[in-house]
Ligand binder design. Structure first.
Ligand code: ATP
Ligand code: MG
Length: 383
């Protein structure tokens, strides 16, 4: 027999409502993602039509479950609901326990009976709880409140809760297909990855490194950044691609080296997308943030790439990106020193690159062959 329900975690999925016919598919995926993210936690799914219900028992770690749930895309809000017997005394006692820490707050009390056969009306329930709130030093009111307490009485249970937490929203990871994400050791691309996942893209990460031996990456900050990002996606795959084959073949293109390197990165991403069945590429570029990120450079870099390239941060300021990096937990690692291939390259990059010039340089460097050889030397792992 399963353990008796003690508390219930209710997750709401706002935007999924908009999805019409695909709604069931989205909800199934969301539940699957929740199950993966919450692996090892004690809970089971309860039945509900319009929300996701997780039944917790006495030995469930509700703090840990809440923290993991807050990292699942597709959930717009969640609340930890406490269960008691459908009996007025029990309800008031539980409400009292939940209101105690809210002393001094202006509280709005809401009651709903799903089971109309309950011997007290919602008004009766509210009156009792209001009296209790006043005794505890709270200020019950129906307008201009800063806290709420909800009661829901069903035939077999009474549910009471105070906090509704806003979650990240977005769409369940995997419902928009896969994306190859070009990830550097910097601040921006991990944030771009987060936004890509937020719109339901499952990440396949590609990082171009400057080490002579891929094993050196293991001791760098890259695995730590990727681990933090993996908490937002049930699965992710990483390709570590060496840059030395490119560096050797691109000699002599000084002024355009950085732009050619970007073309190389996009070409690598495109090839990997083909292998992984991904249908787009994501980068952390933001317009004008550094000298090389101009529209003409972007045009030259992406010329010939047949997949859509998403740049979620294109209109973001560095301050805004930094705030999100801190919120998602990648900032601390991103600012640590790292031998990034972009910084090794030309310090004075061209800012207005002509497509024809870059096409010629790519041909001279035999870029297609360089891409193929570099991917052959990739170190690949997955979670
Ligand atoms: P970031 O903070 O993400 O490094 P940035 O502001 O430093 O970005 P660039 O160095 O011009 O800007 O890089 C632009 C984008 O190119 C990055 O956001 C990332 O998507 C991609 N990129 C840069 N370096 C690498 C790399 N070593 N491997 C894979 N992708 C990279
Ligand atoms: Mg960078």
């Amino acid at each position: 027999m399963p353990a008796k329900i003690d508390r219930v975690m209710v997750a709401h999925y706002g935007e999924l409502w908009l999805r019409g016919r695909n709604r069931d598919l989205y909800i199934r995926k969301l539940k699957k993602n929740i199950a993966t993210q919450l692996a090892g936690e004690k809970f089971r799914f309860g039945k509900s039509y319009d929300r996701i219900v997780l039944l917790l028992s006495k030995d469930s770690d509700s703090e840990s479950i809440q923290s993991k749930l807050s990292g699942v895309f597709g959930i717009s809000a969640y609340e930890l609901v406490h269960r008691t017997e459908p009996d007025l005394k029990h309800i008031v006692k539980l409400a009292e326990r939940l209101m105690k820490p809210l002393k001094g707050r202006r509280i709005h009390i809401v009651s709903h009976r799903s089971h109309k056969g309950f011997e007290f009306t919602s008004i009766d329930i509210i009156e009792k709880i209001v009296a209790c709130a006043e005794k505890l030093g709270l200020d019950p009111r129906v307008k201009e409140y800063d806290a709420q307490l909800f009661v829901n009485v069903t035939k077999t249970d009474a549910f009471v809760y105070t906090d509704r937490h806003r979650a990240m929203g977005g769409l369940p990871v995997g419902t928009s297909g896969k994306a190859v994400i070009l990830i550097s050791g910097g601040i921006d691309s991990p944030v771009a990855a987060w936004y890509a996942m937020k719109r339901g893209l499952e990440p396949v990460y590609v990082h171009i490194h400057g080490f002579s031996d891929a094993k050196e990456i293991d001791g760098s900050k890259m695995p730590r950044i990727l681990k933090t990002l993996s908490s937002f996606s049930p699965t992710s795959k990483y390709y570590y691609i060496p840059s030395h084959i490119f560096q050797m073949s691109a000699i002599g293109s000084m002024k355009y080296e950085l732009i050619l390197l970007k073309r190389f990165m996009l070409r690598v991403a495109e090839e990997i997308a083909r292998r992984e069945d991904a249908d787009c590429i994501v980068t952390g570029e933001s317009l004008g943030q550094v000298a090389s990120q101009t529209s003409s450079n972007i045009a030259a870099e992406q010329h010939g790439i047949s997949l859509p390239i998403h740049r979620p941060l294109i209109g973001f300021d560095k301050v805004e990106i930094t705030e999100i990096a801190k919120k998602i937990g990648t900032y601390g690692e991103s600012i640590k020193p790292y031998k990034d291939v972009c910084s090794i390259n030309s310090r004075n990059p061209a800012t207005r690159t002509k497509v024809e010039i870059l096409d010629r340089l790519a041909e001279q460097a035999n870029l297609d062959a360089v891409v193929a050889r570099s991917i052959k030397s990739a170190a690949i792992s997955a979670t």
